[in-house]
Design a protein around this ligand. Structure first.
Ligand SMILES: [Zn+2]
Length: 344
């Protein structure tokens, strides 16, 4: 089969305080999704821990040392990022799952992989934890892909939050494209359209800030006008997806109105563009998503569409809510990025 899932029952051992949205129940949802896939004859493997060498490509020695010291200890590292005694090992497995996904896809044993990582990663900076994230799983995966022969890697982040950590880690790297759709202004505060990267990497950061309330139709608009054309022009050797499902209409943290069918369409569009530019190589790494029912629905739907072996048509759901948010975002992208990319 084209798809492999990377999942660990240990992801539930990372404990957060009662009522914290990044709860161990999220890992239980992912276990159910993995078991469902296994029950259909699909392949699920347990990750290995990411190594120090793999993490050190994107994190500072101080950050790695501080996290190793947190092994076995419960700490509040920032106002919303906590460790329990098992967190360090679980976070190594979470980053390791992203690594494993990339190895399968770059090695050619599977066309597509989904890492059911927890804790998430995209807020983690080179030198510190942030926003529930300990290590930047997708950044670790992108750096690893480069060592396996990928000359250019694209990361598309449709989590509702801007992936500040991922942007900062790669904003000087012309060979790593970072594209993010996110609610804006909103946590973490970064991700304005005019943040485009530096020097030779100018234009390789593509921020698509969307006003609160954006719908499937707004996301369709920015995908068709910016995300997909930029991917076609960049021609990566691998597409990575920071797959957060907290732009879902039912999500308790954010204020977007994306439906499960909208997430399916976004993921299908990324799968299709990967077929066009890099022989289909795509690895998705789970980020946020805090409504447990929405998380399960989205993950099961994404597994279905990544598993499907035939070519598939991208079907954006009909949307009857009129909104100009997507068009506003495309306008901003044109004014910041027209120097670097042809935007439709
Ligand atoms: Zn998020």
């Amino acid at each position: 089969m084209s798809l492999i899932l990377i999942s660990s029952e240990r992801f539930a051992e990372h404990m957060t305080p009662p009522g914290h949205p990044e709860s161990p129940e999220r890992a239980e949802v992912m276990d159910v999704v993995a078991a469902g896939w296994r029950g259909r004859g699909g392949e699920v493997v347990a990750p290995r821990e990411a190594t120090r060498e793999q993490l050190a490509r994107v994190h500072t020695p101080e950050h790695l040392r501080r996290m190793a010291e947190a092994n076995g200890v419960a700490l509040a590292l920032d106002p919303d990022t906590y460790t329990s005694p098992e967190t360090y090992e679980v976070a190594l497995l979470s980053a390791g799952a992203a690594i494993d996904a990339v190895e399968r896809v770059m090695g050619g044993s599977h066309k597509r992989a989904l890492a059911l990582s927890r804790p998430p990663g995209h807020h983690a900076e080179r030198d510190r934890v942030m926003g529930f994230c300990i290590f930047n799983n997708v950044a670790v995966a992108a750096a690893h892909a480069r060592t396996l022969g990928a000359r250019r890697v694209a990361i598309v982040d449709y989590d509702v939050h801007h992936g500040n950590g991922t942007q900062h880690i790669f904003e000087h790297d012309p060979d790593t494209l970072y594209v993010s759709t996110h609610q804006y202004p909103y946590y973490p505060g970064t991700g304005a359209a005019d943040e485009v990267g530096y020097g030779a990497a100018a234009g390789r950061t593509v921020n698509l800030p969307l006003e609160v309330g954006a719908t499937d139709d707004d996301y369709r608009e920015v995908f068709e006008a910016v995300v997909l054309p930029v991917l076609r022009q960049f021609r990566p050797d691998l597409v990575l997806v920071s797959a957060g499902f907290d732009a879902h209409v039912r999500d308790p943290l954010a204020g977007m109105r994306v439906t499960t069918a909208g997430f399916v369409a976004m993921t299908a569009a990324l799968r299709a563009v990967a077929e066009e530019v890099c022989e289909g190589r795509l690895a998705a790494v789970v980020e946020g998503g805090y409504d447990l029912r929405a998380l399960r629905e989205c993950l099961e739907a994404v597994v279905d569409l990544l598993a499907f072996d035939e070519a598939l048509a991208v079907q954006w759901p009909a949307c009857d809510i009129a909104s100009s948010r997507g068009r506003d975002t495309v306008r901003q992208a044109k004014s910041s990025l027209a120097k670097y990319w042809t935007i439709l």
